[in-house]
Design a protein around this ligand. Structure first.
Ligand code: GMT
Length: 379
């Protein structure tokens, strides 16, 4: 198939999933055309089956806001026409689903019917999309998509709860490349960051408010009172400055490393003893899955779809949002020498259920159904 993938190319789970999906589909022989305003960060390989089309926006003194949607729709139309696309797969509802609807209508003028698959990732539904400024457009574009997927059962339900959407939504979980995300021998790296037997705790995110990065640090302080430990804060975003201030306030800066955005996160996970994700809202938690694939147990909040990934008491623990006492207690239990291997092995084993080989064929089947027009749609 010739597939046009539209996503946000920045650090963020939806862009990562879209890019990894494109790479996996290319490896299975499909031709993948990424249509984005920057090269996606995980697009780090050369493949004869992968093409990148940059959406170029033009600034103009009259515009207070650059018309990204128009530039994207025009690029989608061009790519579909000149590269003979079979379908578009757009990630993140706002504005990609509505732009895809527009592109599809324009293409009809060229006698082309290019179906649209929309994947909902999370904040496009739970935070951004349900805002009054977007809701009618989001509901309309989801319903007009030829197929819709959500990355967890939680997100599917949240979509029906928050929008007047009637379209059938198929849950297709996030997935992980197990060849890349596996525990590697990176002991030299551990030695650089520790002076002896300190446990290494990791948090990775885009440091948005929804990630509650300060909870990670408050739980860490409690853990640190009981056992020697270091905290690696990976990523960057609006809450980073406040987090750095908090570590000064808490007097723990010597044990907390802010590593910023990193491309080779699997190397960091390879030295991890515990991953923490205390989010306010999390439709799936891709970063936690990637850590689990590297044998790192997870302590998370029970928000959103996290309980669909983290098996409480088996691959880690989940607890109420903001309950840093419970998170610290659970972390200490997992990190106890007599428990850690059991949790680590369970985390690794559960991650296998989300392997590319398990999940990517679900998208291929869906594409085929859409192309055969054998899907169930209310529209
Ligand atoms: O988590 C983020 O802030 C990024 C966000 C996005 O929309 O790019 O990630 C969302 O999509 C990921 C891939 O499907 C999920 O694994 C994340 O859980 C989800 N984030 C939230 O729901 C907050």
């Amino acid at each position: 198939m010739n597939i046009g993938i539209v996503c946000y190319p920045t650090y963020g789970g939806s862009g990562v999933v879209a890019t990894e999906l494109g790479k996996a589909l290319a490896a299975r022989g499909h031709k993948i055309h990424f249509i984005t305003y920057n090269r996606p960060i995980r697009l780090d390989l050369f493949s004869e089956n992968i093409f990148y089309h940059e959406v170029r926006t033009k600034d103009y003194p009259l515009f207070d806001f650059v018309p990204y949607e128009s530039a994207l729709a025009s690029t989608m139309v061009d790519v579909a026409r000149y590269h003979d696309l079979d379908l578009f797969h757009v990630h993140y509802a706002v504005p990609h689903a509505s732009v895809a609807f527009l592109a599809k209508q324009i293409l009809k003028d060229y006698d082309r019917d290019v179906p649209v698959v929309t994947t909902l990732h999370g904040t496009d539904i739970t935070l951004v999309g349900k805002n009054n400024s977007y809701e009618p457009v989001v509901s309309f574009s989801i319903d007009r998509s030829d197929a819709v997927t959500a990355v967890s059962e939680f997100l599917k339900k949240a979509t029906y709860d928050n929008f007047s959407v009637k379209h059938d939504i198929q849950v297709i979980y996030n997935f992980v490349d197990l060849e890349r995300f596996r525990r590697q021998d990176k002991d030299h790296f551990r030695k650089m960051l520790t002076s002896g037997g300190e446990k290494i705790i990791i948090h990775t995110s885009n440091f948005r408010k929804v990630k509650r990065v300060q909870d990670v640090m408050r739980a860490f302080v409690r853990i640190r009172e009981q056992i020697p430990a270091r905290l690696l804060m990976v990523g960057d975003g609006p809450e980073r400055h406040g987090a750095e201030e908090l570590c000064r306030e808490l007097g723990t800066c010597q044990d907390i490393y802010f590593l910023g955005n990193q491309n080779m996160v699997e190397e960091i996970y390879s030295i991890g003893d515990l991953f923490m994700l205390p989010s306010e809202n999390e439709s799936f938690g891709l970063a936690a899955l990637e850590a689990m694939a590297c044998g790192v147990p997870v302590v998370a909040s029970n928000a959103g779809g996290l309980p669909e990934l983290v098996v409480d008491g088996v691959t880690g623990y989940t607890s109420a949002i903001g309950d840093v006492e419970a998170m610290a207690r659970q972390a200490l239990e997992i990190l106890a020498p007599e428990n850690w291997t059991r949790f680590s092995e369970a985390a690794f084993s559960h991650a296998q259920d989300f392997a590319i080989s398990e999940i990517v064929p679900q998208y291929e089947t869906l594409y085929q159904q859409v192309l055969n027009k054998s899907f169930t749609s209310v529209v």
